[in-house]
Design a protein around this ligand. Structure first.
Ligand SMILES: Cc1ncc(COP(=O)(O)O)c(C=O)c1O
Length: 412
């Protein structure tokens, strides 16, 4: 008799296309001997970026101490270093016991939502989003409610729409700044409005600031926690991006704001952290070294730096294209270009010439370039795609020549 193990039905309700069917097809093509340019993942180590040497040394020197489990909330030097980093930002009250270290921000996103939401609770999530947030809300029985961050607002949140989306079931407001996938860096006014909204509606602010420190043209990046007055705020950061140590799997979450109102919530997070014993121990020893002293990310994002030049290559390529437009990314590791012909048809309610998914599939089959369709980020406009800024600038330039060839074949 035929039989199969049925996975839990809730898995069908979530997706993570960044590593989904297109990425699988790319692997098949690779196995057939094709060289694939993978622009789908913000994984610095895959593009030749190294973790700073001092961090590697900190791990090696402490390997022996990293053999046992550690405290569920993280080792003291790591928690203390994160607390001091927050004190430097102006949150002078932050102490090590307001910090939890996790296996990447990814684990802490899940844990912080699991500790918070009851079935049917609503969580406000930006559209486009980083899809882990939506997936974690769904897997924990909650309901994602999207607030638009449209290109005509330079991908900043539409605050009127956001207020209208709040209901008595809304528990939390997710803010991703600098933003993945759009590269938007929100203004202080916008962030203040978000903090005020959280206060007025007793929402927990979940501030994903994993790209803090990756900003271009000296853009002012304001940590949301510094604007929060009488609301509870959890800020997420980690070693993956700014410190190019994705594989260390180290992230942190910091509690700030009206923390007296969050004692039980924080205890629930600690209980969940205890259930998984401890975060990756070797990686935790790199945190103190990472956060102190010179920040090497600065050279990469400054004028002339590798990430700056890569962003420049994308801006120039889009300028030279007859088919694309771009809201210039101000931070993070991505650009989110728009295919104008699709955008126009979508806005006019006309039949689409093709959509972002078909475009990404064709680009992969014809040019062996892997991008992520915009709709993978819970974005209703089918005209966008995301590329990472991590390749060398000339590699990005040739990728955009190939992208334009595919679009010209289709549209001319
Ligand atoms: C916005 C955002 N949050 C969280 C993560 C997860 O990071 P980590 O490697 O710390 O799990 C990513 C990874 O790309 C991200 O882009």
């Amino acid at each position: 008799m035929e039989w199969t193990i049925q996975p839990a039905s809730r898995i069908d309700a979530v997706s993570y296309e960044i590593r989904g069917t297109l990425a699988k097809r790319a692997r098949e093509l690779e196995q057939l001997g094709h060289e694939i340019l993978a622009l789908n993942i913000g994984n610095p180590g895959a593009f030749g970026f190294r973790t700073p040497e001092t961090m590697r040394e900190a791990v090696v020197r402490n390997l022996q101490r990293a053999e046992p489990y550690g405290h569920q909330m993280g080792i003291f030097p790591a928690r203390e270093a994160v607390a001091m980093h927050f004190q430097d930002r102006g949150l002078t009250e932050t102490r090590y016991h307001d910090v939890v270290i996790g296996n990447g921000v990814s684990e802490l996103v899940d844990l912080s939502l699991r500790a918070l939401i009851e079935p049917g609770d609503e969580v406000l999530i930006p559209s486009p989003d980083y899809p882990l947030w939506s997936a974690s809300v769904v897997l924990n029985g909650g309901q994602p409610v999207y607030y638009p961050c449209p290109p005509e607002h330079a991908f900043e949140p539409d605050l009127d729409a956001l207020v209208k989306a709040i209901t008595p079931k809304t528990r939390a407001l997710v803010v991703i700044n600098p933003n993945n996938p759009t590269g938007a860096v929100y203004s202080k006014q916008t962030l203040q409005a978000l903090a005020d909204m959280a206060k007025a509606h007793r929402l927990v602010l979940l501030a994903d600031e994993i790209y803090e420190g990756i900003g271009y043209d000296n853009i002012d990046m304001v940590p949301l926690s510094t604007l929060v007055d009488d609301a509870v705020c959890l800020t997420f950061g980690g070693l993956s991006k700014v410190y190019r140590a994705c594989g260390y799997r180290i992230g942190w979450a910091v509690l700030s704001g009206a923390i007296d109102h969050a004692t039980d919530y924080w205890a629930a997070i600690e209980k969940l952290a205890a259930l998984r014993l401890s975060a990756n121990m070797p990686g935790q020893w790199a945190v103190q070294t990472a956060l102190g002293g010179h920040q090497s990310i600065q050279e990469l994002v400054a004028t002339g730096g590798r990430l700056f030049q890569a962003r420049q290559a994308v801006i120039e390529s889009v300028d030279a294209s007859r088919h694309l437009s771009l809201v210039t990314p101000q931070g993070a590791l991505y650009a989110f270009p728009c295919i104008q012909a699709i955008d126009q048809a979508h806005r006019q309610g006309a039949p689409l010439p093709f959509d972002d998914q078909a475009f990404a599939e064709t680009l992969l089959e014809k040019k062996h370039i892997l991008v992520v369709p915009g709709s993978s980020f819970n974005f209703p406009n089918p005209a966008h795609f995301r590329v990472t800024l991590l390749p060398q600038p000339d590699v990005l330039k040739s990728a955009f020549v190939a992208i334009d060839e595919v679009l010209s074949d289709w549209l001319d």
